[in-house]
Design a protein around this ligand. Structure first.
Ligand code: NAP
Length: 496
């Protein structure tokens, strides 16, 4: 029988201990004695984002306890973010009531960081960010809630405990890791525990995780740089490779069979195989079925699951930007694979709003038949390709999904003279970063977005599925280091 390394939970939280126990982990509890206020104040003064601050706190607790404990130490931290501001635990029922009154009917996030140390060193990190939408409540509803729960809720940042009936009843919608909502992301931790041989003798040699991106040509792909950087940061022993599969279904399916035999966890799929990926899959997500293509395949013993993350990548790239118009009118130029995902995702552009503004989608493409297919599928209006400049005056967002403007391609010919000054221009092309379309939009004072944010965000679901971890820190707006790496790589490639 193998000897298991001892496990310590560096936390005085009853709920964290309860979660670990309920998931079958044996552990001892040691309170870390870390001054959280100092870390938070220093992080705020240094302009460090909330996700990184939560991770700093989790690591500090972990390392404080790991000084005196052999084996594994687990620590977690949670920060509530509402309207871009962090919230600490409420000090009184009056403060808690005021907080719920502010958050009722709206959405907030719980940033949850978990760190694992072994013999004094951080060996694994996890970051998750569940989103919670509260029901609309009157002051009387809020009073009734606090009468039912009492002072116990003051031990939680949101003044609620979703694991209780009264706490769960506050919410219209909770999305994300259920245990992370309660304070400790137990499922990724358990997956890691399993991978490390139940924290036992095999922990030093967990099986290597393999993933990749399959396409043709593929050498230019930036995806290996993104995933390998995230794996390195999370201390995951894994590799994400660029894999060439010649055009045609037979070559694609043979490549997939080979990768599965080698133990790959999954792959991203790009041109020309996104439809082949759906064909190869044994199951598919509703979004992949809807758009008839997939950019992700996750392998299991039973087969392969197809999903498309391009649409969610596009939506995330717009997440921090105020979108004008009521209704919101989106003009998609192009009707290729990316257009299908982008246009279909636009239906969810106003999903978090109350009341929700309607979204109208317009599509123009050189080959009219392809635009008609998408329009029929998602309920969009067709604009003839030759009329594309004439219709932009009423648009909230104009998005180029054609390959025009890419390095080596002619620019997209679109006259922006009639575009409203508050409209957003997005170009999903990322090489070059500033296409002629974006240059023209910026010169007129419009918000101009390049394809890099979408590229980063579409990679997140694959990383989570195959490496079992949310990228740390979460990509895009807060991940300046990774963005800088990608920009440097693109500059290197475009240098004469
Ligand atoms: P695709 O399926 O090959 O579609 C290409 C689109 O461009 C079609 O609508 C095509 O029109 C149009 N097009 C090409 N040449 C044209 C021309 N000379 N005049 C007018 N229209 C032209 O490619 P895709 O997968 O959709 O990718 C399109 C672009 O998006 C690429 O630049 C790709 O790098 C980028 N992309 C970016 C991300 C990201 O994460 N940022 C993700 C996916 C794709 P026809 O139908 O008439 O041929």
């Amino acid at each position: 029988m193998k000897t298991l390394a001892p496990i310590t939970l560096a936390s005085g939280s009853a709920i964290r201990a309860k979660i670990l126990k309920s998931r079958g982990i044996d552990f001892e509890v040691v309170k870390p004695g870390v001054d959280e206020t100092v870390i938070k104040t220093e992080a705020a003064a240094a302009g460090i984002g909330l996700e990184e601050t939560a991770m700093k706190l989790a690591e500090a607790k972990c390392l404080a306890v790991a000084k005196s404990r052999k084996g594994f130490v687990i620590a977690s931290d949670q920060i509530l973010e509402f309207e871009d501001r962090p919230y600490d635990k409420p000090a009184s029922i009056a403060e808690a009531k005021a907080r719920i009154a502010e958050m009722q009917g709206r959405t907030h996030s719980l940033i949850n960081a978990t760190a694992l140390a072994h013999d004094g060193e951080i060996v694994w990190r996890n970051l998750s960010r569940p989103r919670l939408t509260m029901k609309a409540m009157t002051p009387a509803d809020i009073d009734a809630y606090f009468d039912a729960v009492g002072e116990e809720v003051l031990s939680s940042v949101g003044a609620y405990m979703v694991e209780t009936r009264a706490g769960a009843a506050l919410f219209e919608r909770i999305s994300g890791d259920w245990y992370a909502v309660q304070g400790l992301a137990a499922d990724p931790l358990l997956a890691e525990q399993k991978r490390r041989g139940a924290f036992g003798d095999e922990w030093k040699n967990p099986p290597r995780i393999l993933a990749g991106v399959v396409g043709s040509p593929i050498a230019h792909s930036l995806s290996p740089l993104i995933h390998n950087e995230w794996a390195k940061r999370a201390c995951i022993d894994g590799e994400y490779r660029a894999i060439e599969a010649p055009p045609g279904y037979d070559a694609f399916s043979k490549t997939m069979d080979d990768l599965r035999a080698q133990g790959f966890a999954g792959v991203n799929v790009t041109i020309p195989h996104k439809e082949n990926a759906l064909h190869y899959a044994t199951t598919a997500s509703p979004v992949a079925k809807k758009i008839g293509a997939a950019n992700m395949l996750t392998f299991s013993e039973d087969g392969a699951h197809a999903h498309s993350s391009d649409g969610v990548g596009f939506l995330s790239s717009l997440a921090d930007i105020a979108i004008p118009g009521d209704p919101v009118r989106v003009f998609v130029l192009g009707a290729g694979g990316a257009a299908r995902a982008v246009a279909s995702s636009c239906r969810d552009l106003t999903a978090g709003e109350t009341p929700r503004r309607p979204v109208e989608i317009f599509i123009a493409n050189r080959t009219a038949g392809k635009a008609e297919d998408i329009a029929e599928n998602i309920g969009a209006t067709i604009i003839p390709w030759t009329e594309r400049s004439a219709c932009i005056s009423t648009m909230s967002i104009v998005v180029n999904t054609t390959s025009l403007g890419m390095t080596g391609e002619p620019p997209l010919d679109l006259d922006l003279s009639d575009l409203s000054p508050d409209a957003i221009v997005s170009d999903i092309v990322y090489a070059p970063l500033e296409t002629p379309l974006l240059k023209a939009a910026r010169a007129r004072g419009n918000v101009a977005l390049n394809g890099l944010e979408m590229l980063l965000w579409q990679a997140v679901p694959g990383f989570e599925a195959w490496f079992g971890n949310r990228p740390y820190p979460v990509v895009a707006r807060v991940d300046d280091d990774l963005r800088d790496l990608l920009i440097a790589e693109l500059k290197k490639r475009s240098a004469p």
